[in-house]
Design a protein. Structure first.
Length: 135
């Protein structure tokens, strides 16, 4: 049996859903505008554009993002060892480099520092918004 919903909660749900719909429309419009802005900035090698009132600006920067995935964190080995045959389990397990340990060993000088330059990354553009401080 459902509990009766108080009027103030129902009003909050109604407003929340309305705002959610507006938020989705705004996200879609911002994505469209970002495409226009990014294309211009890339083609013209512009890294910053202010708004007409000079109260804020958009900044475009090229960043190297690590190739990261949750591929190896979906299942817990402990739970699988109880139900899978050993040979099947071995075929599901892969070795990966622990980034945190590798970087810590580098800081300790236990591995050459140039090893860190071998990190796999993909170039990606970051479009940031900065508002100028008022007053």
């Amino acid at each position: 049996m459902d509990a009766p919903v108080p009027h103030h909660v129902q009003d909050a749900v109604d407003k929340y859903l309305q705002l959610h719909a507006v938020s989705k429309q705004l996200e879609d419009k911002m994505k469209e505008l970002r495409g226009i802005i990014e294309q211009f900035m890339k083609q013209n090698e512009v890294d910053s554009i202010s708004d007409s009132n000079h109260t804020g600006r958009v900044l475009l920067s090229l960043v190297d993002r690590p190739l990261a995935t949750a591929r190896y964190t979906t299942y817990h080995i402990d739970e699988l060892t109880d139900v899978l045959e050993t040979d099947v389990l071995r075929r599901c397990i892969v070795e990966v480099v622990d980034r945190d340990r590798l970087e810590a060993l580098s800081k300790l000088g236990e591995i050459p520092s140039d090893i860190l330059s071998r990190k796999s990354t993909r170039p990606s553009y970051n479009l940031a918004v900065r508002f100028d401080k008022q007053g």
